[in-house]
Design a protein around this ligand. Structure first.
Ligand SMILES: Nc1ncnc2c1ncn2[C@@H]1O[C@H](COP(=O)(O)OP(=O)(O)OP(=O)(O)O)[C@@H](O)[C@H]1O
Ligand SMILES: [Mg+2]
Length: 241
């Protein structure tokens, strides 16, 4: 099976060289754990290191904030957009009733069909190989019913797979022991990566676990990671106890 390297230092060696290509993965964790960074780092590395264009679907942050936040890591998001190596879909503004002058806007943000159409059009334009959907939780709240949410997510993840995209979807958790907010997100993806952000005395420690990954061998351990000035770095040789 062909691999899609995340390029996130220390991560690919935890899963036999990278994600299995053309599949969808869930990155799940509490607020501030690094889910958005994980998804964007996957796309940024794809564009810069592997010459693979990507699509980022932003449902909770306006694209302008995303560009600014990631410039801190020295990532020139706008340059990648100008080069058609990255497309950001603004699925946030319409939802909160704000106008948007973005190139790609999802004007019917609660409608999965319109999102999928948008992705298909962008795909024609830039021939993306990677996608990031940040976050599924916002969509879950909009849809409300967990059963319907599960079907809609399955629609999205399957469409992305058919379009030849390897995708990171993010999901929020609010209490430890939870895998995802609605308890359905992990069933429609081929793999689940859990980010932990646990308090130990007077510090918080970040760690990561590949909870499930179909079709490949992977580490079953919990590994520490850091968010540095260059993004996420996973300490693949270290384990948490
Ligand atoms: N330059 C940096 N150096 C170190 N840590 C940073 C840097 N920039 C951001 N961080 C850390 O990353 C965190 C944000 O990560 P991110 O936005 O990916 O979290 P998230 O899991 O998406 O959260 P949410 O669920 O609230 O969207 C910050 O709270 C901060 O701790
Ligand atoms: Mg986030």
């Amino acid at each position: 099976m062909e691999r899609c390297k995340t390029g996130i230092p220390g991560f690919d060696e935890l899963c036999d060289g990278g994600l299995v290509r053309d599949r969808s993965y869930l990155v799940s964790g509490p607020s501030g754990s690094g889910k958005t960074i994980f998804a964007m780092q996957f796309l940024y590395n794809g564009a810069v290191q592997f010459d693979e264009p990507g699509i980022f679907i932003a449902t909770e942050e306006r694209p302008q904030n995303i560009r600014e936040n990631f410039s801190v890591f020295g990532w020139d998001i706008e340059k990648l957009e100008d080069e058609n190596m990255l497309a950001i879909i603004d699925a946030t503004s319409a939802k909160i009733g704000l106008p948007s002058d973005e190139r790609y806007v999802d004007v019917r943000p609660f409608d999965v069909r319109s999102l999928v159409d948008n992705i298909i059009n962008i795909q024609d334009e830039i021939g993306a190989l990677r996608a990031g959907l940040d976050s599924t939780t916002a969509m879950g709240f909009a849809i409300g019913d967990p059963g319907r949410f599960r079907v809609e997510l399955l629609k999205i993840s399957t469409t992305l797979e058919v379009l030849g995209l390897t995708t990171i979807m993010t999901a929020e958790v609010i209490e430890s022991g939870m895998i995802s907010r609605f308890g359905v997100e992990n069933f429609v993806t081929e793999g689940t990566i859990m980010l932990y952000y646990m308090r130990s005395e007077n510090v918080r420690i970040r760690s990561l676990e590949i909870y499930k990954m179909r079709g490949t061998n992977h580490s079953k351990k919990i590994h520490p990671y850091d968010i540095t000035s260059e993004g996420i770095i996973v300490h693949s040789r270290e384990e948490m106890f």
